[in-house]
Design a protein around this ligand. Structure first.
Ligand SMILES: [Zn+2]
Length: 294
């Protein structure tokens, strides 16, 4: 019998499918719910990496396009949260995003595993930061109005436990926003993008809208909305068409550095193209987001 059991439906002990092979590692997929996971004997490498100081610096500081990334986040914050209250970011890195949220009026709190990142957040922005896991932070129950988690759950061996703790510290009626890479994205037809989504050995799980929903519902939340990012493959296609037409239209991304305030971003978050919204709704991109309520 297989030693590989689905985290979401362990009672179904069918042999999982092979989803993808990278080097000597295999990602499995549950035949029932579609959850993807890294084979268990490789989790050790994944966790070593996740808890190391290096992971943070490579993963986060290496991003060139922080402005666009944060604008995407601001659009969803504006759409689903009221512009006031206590907000907690789980996996807050060095606090750049929380600092922007503070700029638009939230009382912000961060939890971060990396000591170096947490120290940077306090040094640069003087933020309320706890270095460690959410469970270790031991916040009071019913404390936060909002919680955000960007690309955290795919790293955590027991994501349900993290979400149950998030549920405990959220106020009744409060909202949580969770974003993870989407293994059911149209972008998963491209091998480099599969490698990006599975990010071996860093990620333990590969979620889809359906499996993320099950996790969130099992923790007690009521799902209120879903969002998906703009698909890369479609953006590439548009770029090609534009190139053929030799037009000088604005590109989907910019290479701007990161020098922006929260107030600027919340202003820009008001503008959105209906075509882009439509594509995002119909063709799921690499990031899937769920908004849940307590
Ligand atoms: Zn399953």
């Amino acid at each position: 019998m297989s030693t590989e059991h689905c985290y979401l439906c362990p009672e179904k002990d069918d042999q999982p499918k092979v989803f993808f092979k990278i080097d000597s590692a295999t990602f499995f997929q549950c035949r029932h719910c579609g959850l993807v996971w890294l084979e268990k004997n490789k989790w050790h490498a994944s966790q070593q990496q996740y808890y190391s100081e290096q992971y943070y610096s490579e993963e986060y500081s290496g991003r060139k396009n922080l402005r666009n990334l944060f604008l995407y986040r601001f659009k969803l914050i504006k759409k689903y949260f009221k512009p006031q209250g206590k907000i907690l970011e789980i996996g807050a890195a060095s606090g750049d995003f929380l600092h922007l949220l503070q700029d638009i009026g939230y009382h912000v709190y961060g939890v971060e595993l990396s000591k170096r990142a947490a120290e940077q957040a306090v040094r640069n922005y003087n933020l309320n930061f706890f270095q460690g896991t959410l469970e270790e932070a031991a916040f009071a129950g019913n404390y936060f109005d909002y919680i955000v988690m960007y690309h955290v759950l795919e790293h955590v061996p027991d994501p349900g436990a993290t979400l149950k703790e998030a549920y405990r510290v959220l106020k009744p009626g409060g909202r949580i926003l969770i974003e993870v890479p989407n293994v059911r994205s149209v972008d998963m037809y491209s091998k480099p993008l599969i490698l990006n989504a599975l990010d071996y050995p860093n990620h333990i799980y590969g979620f889809s809208r359906e499996t993320l929903t099950k996790l969130v519902v099992d923790a007690g939340f009521k799902p209120v909305a879903f969002e998906s990012s703009f698909p890369f493959l479609f953006a590439q296609f548009l770029t090609k068409v534009r190139h053929l037409l030799k037009s000088q239209g604005s590109s989907v991304g910019t290479k701007d550095g990161f020098a922006v305030t929260g107030r600027e971003l919340i202003e820009q978050a008001k503008q959105d193209s209906p075509l882009k919204r439509c594509v995002q709704r119909c063709i799921p991109g690499m990031k899937v987001t769920i908004i849940g309520e307590k």
